[in-house]
Design a protein around this ligand. Structure first.
Ligand SMILES: Nc1ncnc2c1ncn2[C@@H]1O[C@H](COP(=O)(O)OP(=O)(O)OP(=O)(O)O)[C@@H](O)[C@H]1O
Ligand SMILES: [Mg+2]
Length: 240
């Protein structure tokens, strides 16, 4: 018998107003895994993360975390349970320093969780430590991404939802961000990684879900997905 997943999305329909975006979408993430949700522009990746977070409510189906329904919770309550969303836009506070950005995050997350202190988070991210007193607005794209991830850790998240963490970053910074994702996973954080870049997923993820037009069209390990030229070509624009 396999253990109950940490996060389970079960047959979810969700969308905006009249528009249904997610169709009967199911996925699960086990404790300690890195699982990717990969798909093209507009496939429904961010909508899936918003539904998990409680920013939008599923029309049908359910979302459970540690076996408990979180589908009816708002985003603040979901964060208090230990799920953190690092959004595409990163949303750091530009006028606050790196340290202040982290101090604020310590108040929003899971109250009695095993969170990193601000000092521990800074120690984990060398670039941030060097810029602890600098304004958020002075950070590069890669540093902003690192700060957004560090905030999730200071907030005590056990499950981090990363929305396209490598988008718009130079290749060598992509490598840095990937190392950070691997390192936080080694420290026991479970990761649901949303990407358009399948190469990042294949390198980092234990398992991958491919999403197309709001539906999961494939699930497999990175070795399986890497070998599946048809799926890579049809849904991810990768030609062998
Ligand atoms: N607030 C909104 N209101 C109405 N439709 C929306 C809204 N946000 C997204 N959509 C639509 O939902 C669909 C899925 O969008 P979503 O942002 O989830 O895709 P995505 O996979 O995250 O894409 P990207 O890779 O570009 O970030 C798209 O057709 C989009 O136009
Ligand atoms: Mg998106």
């Amino acid at each position: 018998m396999s253990a109950e997943p940490l996060l389970s999305v079960e047959s979810v329909d969700a969308g905006y107003g009249e528009t249904q975006v997610l169709h009967d979408l199911s996925l699960s993430v086990g404790e300690g895994e890195i699982v990717s949700l990969v798909g093209r522009n507009g496939a429904g990746k961010t909508t899936t993360l918003r539904t998990i977070m409680g920013i939008i409510q599923p029309r049908s189906g359910r979302v459970t975390y540690r076996g408990e329904d979180v589908g009816g919770l708002d985003a603040t309550k979901t964060a208090q349970r230990g799920i953190a969303l690092v959004p595409e836009e990163r949303r750091i506070f530009p006028e606050l320093t790196v340290t202040e950005n982290l101090e604020i995050a310590a108040h929003g997350g899971a109250p009695e969780a095993d969170s990193l202190s601000v000092g521990e988070a800074l120690a984990m991210f060398e670039n941030l430590q060097d810029r602890a007193g600098n304004a958020g607005s002075s950070l590069s794209g890669g540093e902003q991404q690192m700060l957004a991830i560090a905030r999730a850790l200071v907030g005590g998240a056990d499950l981090v939802l990363l929305d396209e963490p490598t988008e718009g970053l130079a290749p060598y910074i992509v490598q840095d961000v990937m190392e950070i994702v691997a390192e936080l996973n080694e420290q026991g954080i479970t990761v649901l990684l949303v990407e358009q870049n399948v190469h990042v997923c294949l390198e980092l993820a234990d398992r991958n879900y491919v999403i197309n037009q709001g539906e999961i069209v494939y699930e497999g390990t990175s070795a399986e997905l890497e070998a599946d030229e048809e799926i890579l070509d049809e849904y991810l624009g990768v030609t062998a």
